[in-house]
Structures are given as structure tokens and as C-alpha cells.
Design a protein around this ligand. Structure first.
Ligand code: SF4
Length: 375
């Protein structure tokens, strides 16, 4: 078994929906991002803190990524996991806890293995908890293929010990306050493994099946050049223009539905083309590289200070209050609330049109109109 699975559980949402994407993506180099490195540092710290709570041997990891913000997110997750550990101890005489547990899913899919952030096994429940440290997309645990695959792998081990009744899959995203948990029975999970994971993974490994574009394209290495994805978005441009001359409400709603994804797709293609031009000297017909606008800067603050003072100018400094977050960090949460709590308020957010699936509560039409008029 290599270090990386060819059919990685974390990519299953994509490879099960678009089976040829696995082979298509293999011609591209691995993409490394600072977000991923920060995420790994956060996971390492969470592992250490949970092991410490479990009184297991561990050493505090060191990383340049440990900002206050990351530490706060990790603490939040660790507190949640510790709560689940303590609940499991109360509910079961001999619970099993595994941090950063390697999970093998090869009974269902070749070269498919990964690491579950936290596994808690009691005599009735297998609980898999996944920490996601990104601030981007909210991820749901419901029918989440990555966690379902881990569930199958852990279930195979747990059923040697217990008569498991429930597999619980949880996603914890502390930075965007998202907690999503979903229960499935072992039988239903195995049925999914046999009927979906097994056949579709077999297709993915050979590049068979139909290309199918969707939200999962965002993490596909072929996303910038993929014809199927381009065709999906360009369908919008091919909308049949009928009478009357103005779009109907239904047509505008259709445009809204894809506008967000369309904007992301065009930004992806643009970023790819720009990178090719800057890094690899690629020439795109009708395009050229230019320098962007820039603002004037001092070459040396010290020399500017000296020269301005020598010329008789003294009113050359400005002082401003540090922001709310920085002030809270300076004072600590409690002291901040005591000293400045009464002076802090949260202005109303800008009113935005979002899809029904957004978790925020809808505001009423009259509030929206009144707020708009006040601006
Ligand atoms: S970009 Fe989307 S449609 Fe194209 S191969 Fe990747 S997942 Fe499939």
C-alpha cells in the first residue's frame, strides 16, 4: 500500500459522480496549497490534544501555521470530540477510541484507503468524526461518500467486537460553525457499498463511464480544461431565445441557479490561462500579458521621516484604534466583554439574494425594502 490511495475516499464525491475523472486527472501533477498544509498542521495538533486527553503517548507538534485563529478552531473541535469520548465512556463499558485511524476500504474498492480523524466505537454505535478546517464550502454528512467509505472500513473492524446498530457520520467545520451528523444502519451502508461504491469505483479505476459535471468538479485536476464541464456551462449561452424580447421570471431564476458555478468556472479557466502564460510563456490568441496598476510607495519609511522633518513638516503621523478582533486578542475574551462589551455592536449585514438551500433565515420583504431605502 503506497502513501496515497489512487482511489482516495476524499475524492469519492467526484469519482463516483464522474467516473472517468480519476484517470483523466492522473495526467496532472499534485496540487499543493498552503490551505492544505495549514489543515495538516491543525489535524496534527488536534491528534496530539485528543491523545493527551486519552492519556496516550504524544508529543506536541510544531508548525509555523499555528495562528490564534487555527488554535481556536482546533480547540473547538477537540472540545467536541472530548465530549463525545466522555459520553461513550458513560454509555459503554469498553469503548474503543482511535485518533487518525488508517481505514482500509479495499473490500469494496481497489486502492481505496484513508485516515479517519476520530473513530469512537461503542457496543451499539460506530461514530466517525471528520474535522474540516477550511472556510469555504459547507459540507454535509448526509450521504457523504468519504465518510460512508470510512464507515464501511471501520464497521468491518468493529463488527468483530460488537453487534453494531448504527453508523454515525459527523462533519465538524469549526471555522464556519457547521456541524453535520447523519446516522445509517450497517445494512444500508453495506448495500451502498455493494451497489454504488463497488461498481462505480471499478469503473473509475479504468476510466470507464460518462463524464458528468457538477459541484464536485471544483476539486478535479482537469477542471480547467475539461470539455464536459465547459459544455455544461456553455449550455447557458445556448439558451433558446424566444419571444417576448425580455426574459421571463422563470428564465431569470434558471440563470441564477447556475450563475454562481458559472462565475467560479470562468474564474478557474482564467486563472489557469494566466498561469500558463506567466509561468510557461504560453501565448493565447487575442491576449497579452501587461503590468497591473500599482500605487506609489515609500522606498524607506525612515528616510522619508528624516527628509520630511528636515523640511519642517511635523504633522506626518497618524494613530488609529486597533480593530475588534485584535483588541479582543489583546485583552482576552472575558476582559474584553467586561471593559468594552457595551461599546461593541454588530451592524446588519448587507442584504443578499441566495438560494433556498442557504442555512441563513430569510428576511421578510418589508424589512428588506425598508433597509434598502435607508441606505
Ligand atoms: S471537471 Fe468535472 S466533468 Fe470534468 S472530469 Fe472533472 S469531475 Fe468530470
Amino acid at each position: 500500500m503506497g502513501a496515497h490511495a489512487r482511489n482516495s475516499p476524499s475524492a469519492l464525491h467526484r469519482t463516483l459522480n464522474c467516473t472517468p475523472s480519476l484517470v483523466l486527472g492522473e495526467q496532472y501533477a499534485d496540487e499543493e496549497s498552503s490551505y492544505a498544509a495549514e489543515g495538516s498542521a491543525g489535524h496534527a495538533l488536534a491528534e496530539h490534544l485528543i491523545k493527551k486527553h486519552l492519556k496516550l503517548r504524544t508529543k506536541r507538534p510544531v508548525s509555523d501555521y499555528y495562528s490564534d485563529d487555527l488554535l481556536e478552531a482546533v480547540d473547538d473541535y477537540v472540545s467536541f470530540v472530548i465530549g463525545e469520548i466522555e459520553d461513550a465512556k458513560r454509555e459503554c463499558k469498553q469503548p474503543v477510541f482511535a485518533v487518525e485511524q488508517r481505514v482500509d476500504i479495499s473490500d469494496y474498492a481497489t486502492d481505496c484507503f484513508g485516515t479517519a480523524d476520530m473513530v469512537i466505537v461503542t457496543d451499539k454505535v460506530v461514530h466517525i468524526i471528520d474535522l474540516k478546517l477550511g472556510r469555504g464550502v459547507e459540507v454535509s454528512a448526509v450521504e457523504n461518500p468519504q465518510l460512508m467509505a470510512y464507515g464501511l472500513g471501520v464497521l468491518a473492524m468493529a463488527e468483530m467486537l460488537y453487534d453494531v446498530e448504527t453508523v454515525r457520520l459527523t462533519i465538524y467545520q469549526p471555522r464556519i460553525n457547521n456541524y453535520s451528523s447523519w446516522d445509517i444502519t450497517p445494512d444500508d451502508l453495506k448495500k451502498w457499498g455493494e451497489e454504488i461504491l463497488k461498481p462505480r469505483s471499478a469503473m473509475a479505476m479504468t476510466g470507464a463511464g460518462e463524464f458528468h459535471a457538477g459541484s464536485w468538479c471544483r476539486f478535479c485536476k482537469a477542471r480547467n480544461q475539461c470539455r464536459a464541464r465547459a459544455e455544461e456551462f456553455l449550455k447557458l449561452a445556448q439558451m433558446e431565445f424566444r419571444q417576448p424580447a425580455l426574459l421571463t421570471d422563470v428564465e431569470i431564476a434558471e440563470v441564477l441557479k447556475v450563475a454562481d458555478e458559472l462565475a467560479k468556472w470562468s474564474a478557474d479557466v482564467y486563472a489557469y490561462a494566466q498561469d500558463q502564460a506567466i509561468v510557461h510563456g504560453k501565448q493565447w490568441t487575442g491576449y497579452k500579458l501587461v503590468e497591473g496598476r500599482s500605487n506609489r510607495k515609500y522606498s524607506s519609511d525612515a528616510e522619508v521621516e528624516q527628509a520630511a522633518k528636515a523640511a519642517g513638516y511635523t504633522d506626518i503621523y497618524k494613530q488609529s484604534l486597533i480593530g475588534v478582533t485584535e483588541m479582543e486578542r489583546l485583552m482576552g475574551k472575558k476582559e474584553f466583554a467586561r471593559v468594552l462589551g457595551q461599546y461593541v455592536y454588530k451592524p446588519q449585514g448587507k442584504i443578499t439574494l441566495v438560494p433556498d438551500s442557504d442555512k441563513r433565515e430569510a428576511i421578510t420583504q418589508s424589512t428588506a425594502t425598508a433597509d434598502f431605502q435607508e441606505e
